[in-house]
Design a protein around this ligand. Structure first.
Ligand code: HEM
Length: 134
């Protein structure tokens, strides 16, 4: 079985740990100016990567492509980490370059994800099997 679902979930959980740590630190310090970094680590990092990983687990044929599946993982996971880092640089140093670049890469990864999902509905469905209890 492909390791991609687990890799997606590990990357997602890393974002969750860092994202929630930042949330706790913001709450303790009563300083919420990094809330967008926290929110995007949790939503783009944890939530989106976890859903992608679970999708690869639910439809193992998504992981069959040796080129597109790893490409989709590296684009998604890399930009999901780089984007919040870019938001941090944008807030703290008024340097939005990384955030803009990472957002575009993340967008490309979502398009690739969509394109990889479409064949699932176009493929011929196997005939449903009736299971009879003995
Ligand atoms: C230990 C767990 C967490 C803590 C302590 C925490 C803490 C915080 C704090 C202090 C804020 C700022 C509130 C404000 O601006 O008044 C915030 C905002 C937010 N959090 Fe969390 N959070 C946690 C987990 C999560 C998770 C798991 C998600 C999403 C999956 C999430 C999504 C958000 C969003 C969307 C915002 C709004 C950001 C904004 O207004 O720019 N948080 N959180």
């Amino acid at each position: 079985m492909s390791r991609l679902p687990a890799l997606f979930l590990i990357a997602a959980a890393l974002c969750l740990v860092v994202g929630t740590s930042l949330g706790i630190a913001m709450g303790i310090a009563h300083d919420f100016h990094l809330a967008p970094v926290h929110a995007h680590l949790n939503l783009v990092g944890w939530t989106t990567l976890a859903l992608m990983g679970l999708s690869y687990r639910a439809w193992p044929q998504l992981a069959e492509s040796r080129l597109l599946a790893p490409l989709q993982f590296f684009l998604s996971a890399g930009s999901a980490v780089a984007f919040p880092a870019g938001i941090y640089l944008s807030i703290e140093h008024e340097a939005p370059g990384l955030a803009i670049g990472a957002a575009l890469v993340f967008f490309a990864s979502t398009l690739l994800f969509l394109l990889r999902l479409l064949p699932l509905v176009l493929a011929r469905q196997p005939a449903a099997r009736m299971v009879v209890a003995e």
